[in-house]
Design a protein around this ligand. Structure first.
Ligand code: SF4
Length: 250
């Protein structure tokens, strides 16, 4: 057995053991994402397990940041696991990893732990607000809203307002808003948030499922005052086009 010093405390360990294993065996928390104890060799890829090795009195070149997974214990070794240099090395590593996996909850948690400012992970929305504006200005439903909270802004559904027209789906340039028709139910979604869920009605002409009751009611109410509208039918766009042409064919 040998003795090493970690953060000013003496620790008994085996010579030649990885410093990371030794630290963890002594309940000293060291972050890592590329290390697994069941695998033979560390590859020192994530660089999160940085520690500072101190030689002599630590002045001049006496301090060196090393990766603890690849560093082996030696008698008299002195290690600092929470110096400023260690914090900087880990912060740099977290930033590099976040560039590769911005949605990783493990990395986001580490970034919070190290007090780092991070931008919200990409969610496929470019905040053009076309959906919000079209739903308010053209459709008149106001079912989407840009909500600003600390550090981020997100397009969110306004509960109960969606009529299931699908206009936002068609206008969304990144296709993060989706329409999912399953059997006779239409779901409009942004990311994993449901904007609206509606039953689908059948076309009076061809019998195909084509529109939601709230959308048809909305159209009915909007076109009611128009002098050219004599009666309302529930036709899908193809049948509506066909029936408009019929009188001239006959
Ligand atoms: S589907 Fe809903 S949220 Fe989208 S434009 Fe129509 S009413 Fe608005």
């Amino acid at each position: 057995m040998i003795t090493i010093t970690v953060d000013g405390q003496s620790i008994e360990t085996e010579e030649g053991l990885s410093v990371l294993k030794t630290l963890r065996a002594n309940q000293i928390a060291i972050p890592s994402l590329c290390y697994h104890p069941a695998l033979k060799r560390p590859i020192a890829s994530c660089k999160l397990c940085a520690v500072e090795m101190i030689n002599g009195n630590g002045s001049g070149n006496g301090r060196k940041v090393m990766l603890s997974c690849a560093l082996k214990t030696k008698p008299g070794m002195v290690i600092d696991t929470c110096s400023q240099a260690v914090k900087e090395a880990r912060t740099k590593a977290i930033n590099e990893l976040l560039a590769l996996a911005p949605q990783s909850e493990a990395l986001l948690q580490l970034s919070r732990q190290y007090g780092m400012e991070t931008t919200p992970p990409p969610d496929g929305c470019i905040r053009c607000r076309l959906c919000e504006r079209v739903c308010q200005e053209i459709v008149g439903a106001s079912a989407l809203k840009l909500i600003k909270t600390t550090g981020k802004s997100e397009i969110m559904p306004v509960e109960g307002n969606c009529i299931g027209c699908g206009t936002c789906v068609n206008i969304c340039p990144t296709k993060v808003i989706r329409i999912e028709d399953h059997e006779n139910v239409r779901t409009i979604k942004i990311r994993d948030d449901i904007i609206g869920m509606h039953p689908l009605l059948r076309c009076e002409g061809c019998g195909a499922l084509f529109a939601t009751p709230r959308f048809l009611e909305h159209i009915h109410n909007r076109t009611l005052p128009h002098p050219d509208i004599k009666e309302h039918h529930q036709y899908c766009p193809s049948c509506a086009k066909l029936f408009r042409k019929l009188p001239s064919i006959i």
